[in-house]
Design a protein around this ligand. Structure first.
Ligand SMILES: Cc1cc2nc3c(=O)[nH]c(=O)nc-3n(C[C@H](O)[C@H](O)[C@H](O)COP(=O)(O)O)c2cc1C
Length: 225
């Protein structure tokens, strides 16, 4: 019997003593147990699609008016006034801006330009365009801006309108001038944008474009754009 008791004690010491020794070792005592509940890098679940920054553009999209991708603001500007007005319309509508430019740039000389513009009008010219709008079909509403040249729209603006199918589009003219307002340009725009519905435009004097923000806001509100 004593022999069996000694054997049992010897066996028990072999099993339990090493475990007690390791618990007292500072090196190992401070380490988390192997099966810690803190996930290691390898165990950390990869972020799901909804947690990644890929969500952010969706939020940005929601901040823009839903139909802004269907609004185009096309403008021609020789000395910058109409371009400034176009920028204000763009800011408020979120639409796409497009600068109408002739293939052969207009002269930079004011007096020569007066003559050139008058000649183009007399010839009922349609100057060639430098570029075309991509995805014209996506736009339902097209703002068309220009300076008053000799009481009409510059001929390049008519080239622009006539180079697209305007059927079913809503065209909204805007204009800057030295005091002559739209002149008879709205008639020309209406004829060139065949098939479009032309809404009430806004004219701003070239010298006061920078302070026209509130007029532009009121006009856009009235249009509901
Ligand atoms: C060739 C030419 C013709 C113009 N004809 C007129 C005109 O008949 N009536 C008018 O009020 N302003 C006229 N202007 C003045 C412009 O309409 C005005 O300065 C406009 O704001 C310029 O716009 P922009 O800076 O976008 O080119 C004319 C300017 C030029 C260069």
């Amino acid at each position: 019997m004593k022999k069996w008791t000694s054997l049992f004690l010897a066996l028990a010491m072999t099993i339990f003593l090493p475990a007690c020794g390791s618990a007292g070792n500072p090196d190992t005592a401070s380490k988390p147990p192997v099966s810690s509940s803190i996930p290691t890098a390898a165990e950390t679940p990869a972020p799901t699609a909804t947690e990644t920054p890929a969500e952010e553009p969706a939020e940005n999209e929601a901040a823009t008016p839903e139909d802004s991708s269907s609004v185009l603001i096309a403008y021609f500007s020789w000395s910058g006034n109409t371009e400034a007005m176009a920028g204000m319309i763009q800011e408020q509508t979120g639409g796409d801006l497009f600068a109408i430019e002739p293939e052969t740039p207009y002269t930079g000389d004011y007096n020569a330009l007066l003559e050139q513009a008058q000649q183009e009008q007399a010839d009922n010219a349609r100057p060639a365009l430098a570029a075309q709008v991509e995805n014209w079909e996506q736009y339902d509403t097209v703002f068309v801006g220009y300076p008053n040249w000799w009481s009409d729209a510059p001929m390049i603006v008519l080239s622009f309108l006539e180079s697209y199918d305007c059927t079913g589009k809503t065209v909204i003219p805007f204009c800057t001038s030295g005091g002559g307002g739209f002149g008879h340009s709205v008639d020309s725009v209406t004829t060139s944008a065949a098939g479009a519905t032309v809404l009430e435009g806004l004219h701003v004097s070239g010298s006061r474009v920078e302070s026209a923000q509130s007029d532009i806001t009121a006009w856009l509100d009235e249009l509901g754009v």
